[in-house]
Design a protein around this ligand. Structure first.
Ligand code: KG4
Ligand code: ZN
Length: 347
């Protein structure tokens, strides 16, 4: 039919999420509900996501999450056309919990099942929020990922480059840990950096000497550790200002690196697609205001449109999974009950 209503499930990292998305041909997709249960408090004592704890929490929360998403959308299961679930990549325990839950519902009701790649979910989000058309250049920046992709179809992605070590979100999180700031590190480092001088500490700009679109962020934390230890050795500790300046210098290095690599990715993209280029961002790090501002400036300078989904849809959620499943289902694609979790599923 012209209208499809999809239930989406997401449990590949530390958020348990369910959502209902509806789309009628010729009009904008609608998010009827998007429920996210975070696990930040569960992991906060450990300084990172503990896979065992995450898996157990997902298994506990998935059912109620689905129930609430259906309730908020005022959609009984009988009106759902397909169930989309993240089948990877991610932490295996969580992905299995989600796939099992979706399979259970599908087996009990006969509703078709669609396994969705989590990265495709992020990469298609700008189509859900802004209906941008294929092809477009995508920058995916999260706690676990960092890559440039050309998206030319729901399952057609060309990778132009990406991080060779840490993802920027991971770098933000490690920096926060090294400076005693709260997790997740991105928002707390960004907040500290607002009062800091980005020029006081000089951080490296890794791989800028290389002409490709690859990035590297692990050297930043090593540099940070060295600078921190130097200040501590000199003065016996960090002042509030030292901390703010370290955060500002670190963040500026990421801003500059992402801006320059985006400029290169855009040039490569525009060689093949010179007309009305669009750059879209997604992933938790896209929530960072200085990063967004810098990317917007690069787009303006190169004559490209810039698209950044609302913050709640940049971070992990199930609406993006429902929507990615919807595009596949529209194309006549679905999976069987033999769908398996693929913790290392590449795009
Ligand atoms: O996409 P996401 O929710 O989860 C995955 O990694 O898939 O992204 C979470 C990451 C965390 O590392 C977090 O520190 C980072 O996004 N993040 C930020 C900001 N908000 C979240 N990084 C920089 N600035 C922010 N404002
Ligand atoms: Zn994600």
């Amino acid at each position: 039919s012209d209208t499809l209503t999809i239930l989406g499930l997401e449990s590949s990292c530390d958020d348990t999420a369910a959502a209902v998305v509806r789309h009628t041909l010729g009009s904008a997709p609608e998010i009827l509900s998007s429920v996210v249960f975070g696990q930040t408090e569960l992991h906060s004592a450990f300084g990172g996501v503990v896979p065992e704890i995450a898996a157990r929490a997902h298994a506990e929360k998935l059912d109620i999450c689905v129930e609430r998403a259906l309730q908020e959308a005022e959609m009984p299961l009988g009106k759902i056309d397909a169930i989309a679930v993240t089948a990877g990549p991610g932490l295996i325990g969580g992905v299995i919990s989600g796939v099992m839950c979706a399979k259970g519902i599908s087996a009990a009701t006969g509703i078709p099942l669609i396994g969705v790649n989590h990265l495709a979910g992020h990469a298609l989000t700008p189509r859900l929020t802004d209906q941008i058309t294929y092809p477009y250049l995508m920058l995916l920046v999260s706690g676990g990922h960092c890559q440039y992709l050309i998206a030319s179809g729901p399952q057609e992605f060309t990778r132009l480059g990406g991080t060779i070590d840490d993802a920027p979100g991971e770098a933000f999180d490690k920096t926060a840990r090294l400076l005693g700031l709260s997790q997740p590190g991105g928002p707390s480092v960004e907040a500290e950096a607002r009062n800091g001088d980005p020029k006081r500490y000089r951080f490296p700009r890794p791989l800028l000497d290389r002409p490709d679109c690859d990035l590297s962020f692990s050297g930043l934390k090593t540099a940070l550790m060295r600078m921190r230890d130097h200040v501590v050795a000199e003065k016996g500790g960090l002042t509030r200002q030292d901390r703010a300046d370290l955060c500002a210098g670190f963040q500026q290095a990421i801003v500059d690196t992402l801006a320059e690599k985006t400029r290169r990715a855009l040039r490569i993209y525009m060689e093949q697609n010179p007309n009305q280029p669009t750059v879209a961002v997604a992933g938790g790090v896209a929530a960072n205001t200085p990063i967004r501002t810098a990317l917007m400036a690069v787009c303006a300078e190169q004559g490209a449109a810039f698209c950044a989904p609302p913050l709640a849809l940049c971070t992990d959620n199930a609406a993006m999974i429902a929507y990615a499943g919807l595009e596949r289902f529209r194309a006549g694609d679905q999976d069987g009950l033999d769908l398996t979790a693929r913790p290392r599923w590449p795009l």
